[in-house]
Design a protein. Structure first.
Length: 608
């Protein structure tokens, strides 16, 4: 039973009638046409407005302030009682001159129209057309809110705008991330103005809301944003024309965030920059560049926008079914050595934990005692810390089965779940820039989904070679549904073309092609070449051994009984880092904080 934040007006309750019928049998009159003296506007943007408890009053305040002719379509997803007809459309129709009606299956979105989801339905979009479906048979915590916002993000991309209003729980936060990841915009009701503040607070806590306002003030900023960004995106300059300004933007970002975005697709970068320009009501890239020089906080926000990633537990369930039935049995059969998995670009860890759950279940079913080592890496330290804690809101675990929830999670508080110790110990979270840091090696599975699509084609191909190098013979690679192996058909054989699961093909082991994998000129290439140094004559066998150890050996150190490092070999920079102050040779001082317990255990074992 939700607890109201403050007293509120009494709202009319739903009229109790027969149970809502399936969408196919619902026949409602078509939405009325716009007045004849107003020309129909092209669709500029699609706004998804979501709410639960207290949402009706917030919707009213918004539409009372929203002009009738903006070029925007509005899709409303309140949390409705599935057993009753809804009066939402009729009540909101009194607040605006726009046509307001319940959505129909197969309707194409039109500008200056308001569509309200019917009770007992899910609503998604495909090419601007409404698709209604029966709700899935899942837990009581599942609602239509996040699935709709994900669909809105995928379908409308930078034209997608989400507005999260009054409600209980954390519904909408996942969908907000999806909208932002596709270049859209997010507004959230100012929590103190909401009748129920849990949904707005959860959305604000993501750190991704572009505006936090009372509903009555949202239309003004919405119209400014659409005018500056969405309507102006048709005039997006070609990357070549904006190269000079974009290069300067990336240089400022590199200095501020220590991350080099030159490997990212230039058109994607331009769209994200244009979105930030719209939020700041700027029309010229040169003006935005000047703003970045004056405001470090805007630089940080731009960097955050560029690194947004969307993940969830068992995202694309059919892919995980193929993984469970066609891949994991091959990896687990007839082995007692650890199964090694790498999830680069892991974000907050849901993908890594999903793979861990499948492995634990599969290994238990075989009766084996096979260790699991999953390396989850990302450049975003904040996201990694979320993964290490393993605490997730109700909305994120809503897609898990009851059995998975009971086996692998415990209640952290009224609104969150925490992964079990068994699950958390299988996943090691570590900071890593896949474009610059050394890769893991001797892997059985690499799951790199929806990262390559953001990178330039040349960099994609280098990473595919890198993954081939990192995988064991017989290892597997998983890419995102919109990604491919490109020209590297000799390196991988498809296991599932639909879900981009590939089997590593035996070939001569590739060197780490072009490592570090970074587009553009390396910083070292900007420095003058040092004078040649005479190389003393050495035995060919010794030189060969040295090169092989440096290039292909796994990371290793030689230590004494005082844990002092005497010799380094391989890519130790992935695990060890010299702290500030006087130089140290102490292994545990050098170890990254997240890895220190495991490195200490390995050192104790080695000394014994």
């Amino acid at each position: 039973m939700p607890v109201k934040k403050a007293a509120s007006v009494v709202k009319p309750g739903p009229v109790k009638t027969e149970r809502a019928k399936p969408a196919a049998s619902r026949r409602k009159p078509a939405l009325p046409p716009p007045p004849e003296d107003i020309a129909a506007q092209p669709l500029q943007a699609v706004v998804g407005m979501v709410a639960s408890a207290g949402g009706l009053e917030a919707f009213k305040q918004f539409f009372q302030a929203m002009p009738a002719h903006s070029g925007i379509a509005f899709v409303l997803i309140p949390h409705l009682d599935p057993k009753h007809e809804s009066l939402m459309a009729q009540l909101l129709g009194k607040q605006t001159a726009m046509p307001v009606a319940e959505a129909e299956d197969g309707q194409r979105l039109e500008a200056d129209h308001v569509y309200v989801i019917p009770p007992n339905h899910y609503l998604t979009l495909h090419k601007g057309v409404i698709q209604l479906s029966a709700p899935p048979d899942r837990g009581a915590g599942q609602t239509a809110i996040d699935p709709f916002l994900r669909s809105l993000a995928a379908d409308q991309q930078e034209r997608a705008i989400c507005i999260i209003l009054s409600g209980t729980g954390s519904h909408g936060s996942l969908g907000l991330k999806a909208v932002k990841a596709e270049g859209g915009m997010a507004m959230v009701q100012e929590p103190s103005s909401a009748e129920y503040d849990r949904m707005p607070l959860s959305a604000v806590d993501t750190g991704l809301a572009d505006y936090v306002l009372p509903p009555g003030r949202m239309p003004e900023e919405l119209l400014k944003y659409v005018r500056h960004f969405v309507a102006g995106s048709a005039a997006l300059p070609e990357p070549a024309a904006a190269q000079n300004d974009l290069t300067q933007v990336l240089a400022l970002l590199r200095a501020r965030t220590k991350f080099d975005f030159r490997a990212y697709r230039k058109r994607m970068l331009l769209r994200r920059v244009l979105r930030r320009m719209g939020l700041n009501h700027l029309e010229r890239l040169a003006d935005y560049l000047a703003l970045l020089r004056e405001r470090p906080d805007e630089l940080s926000q731009l960097g955050k926008d560029l690194l947004i990633s969307v993940t969830s537990f068992f995202r694309d369930p059919e892919m995980f079914q193929v993984l469970e039935t066609q891949v994991l049995p091959e990896l687990i059969e007839s082995r007692d050595t650890p199964v090694r998995v790498w999830v680069p670009g892991c974000a907050t860890g849901e993908e890594a934990y999903s793979i861990a759950m499948l492995l634990i279940e599969r290994i238990a079913a075989t009766g084996k005692a096979c260790p699991i080592q999953i390396f989850a890496t990302d450049v975003d330290e904040g996201a990694l810390e979320v993964g290490r804690r393993g605490i997730y809101p109700d909305a994120l675990v809503a897609d898990l089965s009851r059995q998975q929830l009971e086996r692998f999670f415990t209640r952290a508080d009224a609104h969150h779940w925490q992964v079990s110790k068994q699950l958390r110990e299988t996943v090691l979270f570590a900071p890593q820039n896949i474009l610059a840091d050394a890769p893991f090696s001797k892997l059985d599975l690499v799951s790199c989904r929806n990262l390559l699509i953001y990178l330039e084609p040349e960099v994609q191909q280098k990473l595919l070679q890198l993954f081939h190098f990192a995988l064991n013979e017989g290892g597997y690679l998983i890419l995102g549904p919109s990604e491919s192996i490109g020209r590297h058909v000799e390196l991988y054989r498809p296991v599932s073309k639909k879900w981009r699961i590939f089997h590593r093909v035996h070939t001569e082991r590739l060197a780490r092609a072009g490592f570090p994998v970074q587009a553009g000129t390396r910083m070292s290439e900007l420095q003058p070449a040092p004078p040649p140094v005479p190389v003393p004559h050495k035995n060919l066998n010794e030189l060969t051994r040295k090169v092989l150890l440096e290039e292909f050996a796994p990371a290793a150190v030689v230590i004494n009984r005082r844990y002092e490092v005497l010799h380094y070999s391989g890519p130790t920079q992935l695990y060890l880092q010299q702290p500030g102050g006087p130089p140290s040779h102490d292994l545990l001082t050098l170890a990254l904080a997240a890895l220190r317990p495991r490195i200490r255990a390995a050192a104790i074992k080695a000394i014994k």
